[in-house]
Every structure is written in C-alpha cells, then in structure tokens.
Design a protein. Structure first.
Length: 325
C-alpha cells in the first residue's frame, strides 16, 4: 500500500479517529450549527416553515423548533435545547451537539448494545439530616422515599430487579449513591425529587421537570449566562439518557395531571458520575397547592409511581426491541 505524505497521514489519522470513536465525538464540545432541514431530509422528515417555527414530521415524529428559542417540542413533549435554534441565511440552524445528544436520539432512538435491562437503581432523594425541601412540617425526603417504594413494588411485579439506594431515613452523600449504582452494575438510574419555588408568582409555578446530564461544553437549562462544563462519565450515555428522560416524562404527562415543565439539562453530581443511563425527576412543586396535594396524597402518588414505572418499562422495551410505542 502506498504511504501518504506525513501531513496527509496526520489528517487521515485524526479523521479516522473522529469518525470511528463515538467517545471522541462525544468529548468534543461541538457548538457549530447545522442546517436542520437538510439533516432532517436524510432522516425521512418533511420540513415545513410556519412563521417563526419549523416543523419536521414523519409517521412517528413531529418536531417543532422556534427561531432564537431553546424550546423544542417532540410529539407534544417539551425539551430544552442546549443552544438556541437560530435562523441564518434563510435556514433554521441547530447546534451539532443538540443534534447529537437530543434531536438525533429522539428521531432515531439508540439501539441497545445487546445488554438486557434487568437492574434499576432507584434513588429516594435526600434523607437523614438532609430533609430536602420543607413546606410547613412536610419534608421532601419522606415523600421521595414513599414514591421510591411504590415504584419498586411495580417494577418488581414486572420482573425487574430493583436496588433501593436508601430504604429508610438515612443520609447518603450524592457521590456514594452514584458509586453504589456503578458498583452493583445497575442498568438504569432514576433519582426522585419534589420541587419548590420561592420567588415572584410562587404559588403559580407547578409541574414536572425531568433532568438528564448536560452535554459536554453546553450550559445547563437553568443557568443564567454561559457556564459550560467539561465531559463527565455520565456523558458517555448522552443518547440513552435522553431516551429514558423522554419515556418517563411523557408517561407522567399522559397518566397524571401534572403540567409539562420540560425535559431539561443539569450537571447534578449524581448524574455526572453514572456509568449507566440516568435521570432525575422533579415530580411537582411542594409550593403549589394542587401539586402538593398530589404529592402528599397516597392515591395520587401511586398514580405517579405507576407512570414512572411504566415509563421505565417503555424505555426497556424501546431499547430491547428498537420500536417506539
Ligand atoms: Zn430534592
């Protein structure tokens, strides 16, 4: 085989490494923008402009993007882009990292690597000396534990193994929760929390937010200004993280009255360290009357447990069969 001149050999080596190694791509903080309609036509999606919006549709997918906005709506579920969609040169453009870590996995969910999903780690947020949010005498840690038990009963009934990272009122540092899930080889990680908001319009803010890890280099959804961060072990599962978040979030919206406050991004400590797909669900606001009644009521919380368990099972079926429902 004829050898290439040295500069070309270096270019070819770098190109081949980038093309072959997903890890190489995932670790690059690629904030360059791409024409999303051109990308969509390669994925059998039809693009239609509607005022400030661009719609991308096919038999299974209906995406809506808005210019200068971080809101993406996929099949009626709201997501936050890492970078706002922009309209330049008469075309809607989306950042490469949003295509890789959000739009791509929504349109073409990742195929399972062949490893079945058997063991789910459930983290009841807070515990012991850490009560979490306080609303009068109500403590978040009590309700996250109740919900964790209700979910694990349902998952076990469906044939899954469940590891409860805490099963009583004890304190565990966030690092040790993620480390325990890694050590036991859990296939999924679901962390349970309830939200609180103190500020203007305090009693109006309500709904469910599902978080997965922020892609490398991007800002988190609730950051003000740019606070990019580096690559974390949890970013190796960027594509599966968003699939799990989508399935759990949409099932909660379908099966409860909680309003949609979007699938968002954050660098929560526990999510950064995970070596399996993981999410953190904030299922309602303790500071909102209707949400609070929903969280504290046994019947309504069981409805939530049912939805989260079903969302996990939908993710499992999607990964194992590669078929969206
Ligand atoms: Zn919490």
């Amino acid at each position: 085989m004829r050898r290439l001149p040295l500069p070309l050999r270096i270019v070819a080596t770098v190109w081949i490494a980038a093309a072959c190694g997903w890890g190489v791509l995932a670790k690059s903080a690629d904030s360059s923008y791409r024409d999303i309609a051109a990308w969509a036509s390669n994925h059998d999606l039809r693009a239609v402009n509607r005022g400030d919006d661009l719609l991308l549709t096919n038999r299974w997918s209906r995406l809506r993007l808005r210019r200068e906005s971080t809101t993406l709506v996929f099949n009626d579920v709201e997501f936050r882009l890492s970078d706002p969609a922009v309209f330049r040169g008469g075309r809607m453009r989306v950042s490469q990292r949003d295509i890789e870590s959000l739009v791509g996995p929504l349109v073409s969910p990742p195929k399972n690597s062949g490893k079945p999903i058997r063991l789910v780690a459930i983290n009841a947020g807070h515990g012991g000396k850490d009560p979490g949010n306080m609303e009068g005498s109500r403590k978040e840690k009590v309700y996250t534990l109740a919900l964790a038990k209700e979910i694990s009963t349902r998952l076990r009934a469906a044939g899954l193994k469940v590891a409860m990272l805490r099963s009583d009122d004890t304190f565990l540092p966030l690092e040790s929760r993620a480390a325990a899930a890694n050590r036991m080889g859990a296939d999924l990680y679901v962390s349970l929390h309830f939200n609180a908001y103190e500020g203007p319009g305090e009693h109006r803010v309500r709904g469910v937010e599902t978080y997965c890890l922020t892609p490398a280099g991007a800002s988190s959804s609730n950051d003000t200004g740019h606070h990019g961060g580096g690559w974390n072990p949890g970013n190796a599962q960027d594509r599966e993280n968003i699939t799990l978040a989508h399935q759990v979030h949409r099932t909660i919206l379908e099966q409860t009255d909680l309003p949609d406050r979007a699938v968002r991004r954050a660098r929560f400590k526990e999510l950064t360290l995970l070596r399996m797909p993981g999410i953190l669900v904030e299922s309602g606001y303790m500071t909102h009357g209707s949400d609070a009644r929903f969280i504290y009521g046994t019947k309504t919380r069981e409805q939530l447990a049912e939805a989260i368990a079903e969302g996990i099972l939908r993710h499992k079926r999607l990964m194992e069969r590669g078929q969206p429902e």
